[in-house]
Design a protein around this ligand. Sequence first.
Ligand code: DX5
Ligand code: ZN
Length: 247
Amino acid sequence: TPPAIIAPSILSANFANLGHDCATKMKEGADWLHVDIMDGHFVPNMTIGCPVVSQIRGCVDRPLEPGSKGTFDCHMMIMEPHKWVKEFQKAGCDLYCFHYEAAVSSVAATDPTDKTTTERTTPRGLIKYIHEQGMQAGIAIKPDTPVDVLWDILESPDQIERPDMVLVMTVHPGFGGQKFMASELPKVSALRARYPDLNIEVDGGLGLGTIDQAADAGANVIVAGSAVFGAADPADVIAKLREAVQK
Ligand code: DX5
Ligand code: ZN
């Protein structure tokens, strides 16, 4: 399993104090910050867009390389994810993680005679496009989506079309503070069995009570919102999450 990466979800921050909260989480030992982008269509909630991402980027040094410390892991819970790649890169995103389900529905909505856009809407084409903009690419699946849809994408013959990370949602996306769905962990185990070096992220309901199951299944990138932000000692929770993955 690759190294543990702890990514507090800033959805649980105080949005009136967002820059300060981001800098504080980094000081408390976070590796990445998980930035939840919601458009009110793909999920029944809205959060922030590029102007806010670019402002908080000013509070956390941009990593020298996407994937290293300070990475903004942008979880794009939006329709038409291909439309926002360049803007988010400029705003400060280092890892652009789109939803498989959103990509597939954009393919259906695109004029087939528009070749460039059609290619960019497919999961493989979108991954390539994200890489061309200098970011890492992630692909996320909701609880209702089987892991089998990913095999073909992970086996892309051209490395530029292969994802750097898979995000297995362990809640229905849209809100922080929901109950962890252990039913999603077999997806993580299946991915880990085939891909020993892949970054596998879990998101939703992770905390000290659920981390062991997720770590045992093979997850190494751990998102935690309420468990970190709601803790009396966030640094201690971050350290314990890391220990659980590494043990
Ligand atoms: C939910 C978001 C999560 C959320 C996790 O749709 O994708 O990142 O912030 O929050 P917790 O850790 O509180 O479940
Ligand atoms: Zn998320």
